[in-house]
Design a protein around this ligand. Structure first.
Ligand SMILES: Nc1ncnc2c1ncn2[C@@H]1O[C@H](COP(=O)(O)OP(=O)(O)O)[C@@H](O)[C@H]1O
Ligand SMILES: [Mg+2]
Length: 343
């Protein structure tokens, strides 16, 4: 099911948690809402679910205006970070629950409900644990039950709010891969909230990067990483350094000195962003030059922090066998960079 969020605003007691947010989610895609804590991810998810009403704007499911519809009418599957399973019910009963409570007219026969619940437990690789209770499962297993339960009602849209947030790093990584596989098999339209960029980059077809109640950028993980559209996105996704530069007739300067790269941007001040691996060592006076502050080998490269002119710190990657002795001087220039003009 395609979902369209159209000019949605949400205020809590006049505090705007979302400002004029628009987002088209394609049928069958897995989109990640990514942003720091407080950026409005959960609020957007709850609006799509129907747990909150927008202050302004509309939400469409396909061509149907769902803005005034209830959670049940929207037929949504949910998994939250701490989605408590029913403690007094077995795993099989938990997964069956959503179908058991349907009105008689749309409720499948009992045997059919059990069959479907078993099939879903098989899908989430928990066959054989039907008779256990939630307390007898690990955290990762419980979240897989929660997902099976969400899928049991054959939802039109699946909403996951930091579902692996409470689990340890290794279990998270396993579940991430597993969720991607399940998604590829079932093809549900899925909205996944996370503040973990690695999780979003690895899992999602597209990212929706949020900050302070606004969408900063929407695109594939590659597009967002390679062409960030704002300083926020450049700084939030991947590693980067920023320098305050001026542009003078195409020449990019730091504190009056040319850094050896040029631009067609108009004269003025700007922030120059680049990633640690997007640099080259050169021998020239027109370049950036700094002193090594810290240097550490990370696998196949050496990550070096440089102090430039006593006022700026940047990080660059060098070959791991580069000596990069403390306080030694390194001369380089960015190979790829982005300028964000100051307003
Ligand atoms: N029910 C609420 N009442 C008042 N403020 C809220 C409520 N829910 C969220 N907020 C505020 O809205 C902003 C966005 O919150 P939220 O959507 O939970 O962010 P995220 O999920 O990205 O951490 C925050 O400043 C938060 O304090
Ligand atoms: Mg949240």
């Amino acid at each position: 099911m395609e979902v369209r969020v159209q000019n949605v605003r949400k205020e809590f007691d006049r505090f705007p948690a979302l400002h004029d947010v628009s987002l088209d989610i394609a049928s069958g895609e897995l989109i990640a809402l990514l942003g720091p804590s407080g950026s409005g991810k959960t609020t957007l998810l709850r609006l799509i679910a129907g747990l909150e009403r927008p202050t302004a704007g509309k939400i469409f499911f396909g061509n149907e205006d769902a803005s005034e519809k209830t959670v049940q009418e929207r037929n949504i599957g949910f998994v939250f970070q701490h989605y408590a399973l029913f403690r007094h019910m077995t795993i099989l009963e938990n997964v069956s629950f959503g179908l058991e409570v349907r009105p008689r007219a749309t409720r499948p026969p009992k045997a059919e409900i059990r069959r479907r619940a078993r099939e879903l437990l098989d899908l989430v690789q928990l066959s054989g644990l039907e008779k256990r209770y939630p307390s007898q499962l690990s955290g990762g297993q419980r979240q897989r039950v929660a997902l099976a339960r969400a899928l049991a009602i054959e939802p039109r849209v699946l909403l996951l709010d930091e579902p692996f947030g409470a689990l340890d790093a290794q279990v998270r990584r396993e579940l991430r891969k597993w969720l991607r596989e399940i998604h590829d098999r079932t093809g549900h339209t899925t909205v996944f909230v996370t503040h973990d960029q690695e999780e979003a980059l690895e899992l999602a077809d597209r990212l929706c990067v949020m900050s302070q109640g606004k969408i900063e950028q929407v695109g594939t993980p590659d597009t967002v990483y390679d062409t960030p559209q704002s300083p926020f996105v450049f700084g939030f996704i991947g590693e980067s350094s920023a320098l305050p530069v001026t542009i003078e007739n195409g020449d990019i300067r730091l504190e009056g000195r040319s850094i050896g790269v040029s631009t067609s941007e108009p004269n003025g001040s700007a922030q120059l962003y680049f990633r640690p691996h997007d640099i080259e060592l050169i021998e020239s006076d027109a370049a950036l030059s700094g002193h090594v502050v810290t240097s550490r080998r990370v696998g196949g490269t050496r990550r070096v922090e440089l102090d430039i002119g006593g006022a700026h710190r940047v990080e660059i990657d060098l070959p791991f066998d580069h000596p990069a002795a403390e306080r030694s001087q390194i001369v380089f220039r960015p190979r790829r960079w982005t300028l964000f003009p100051d307003r």
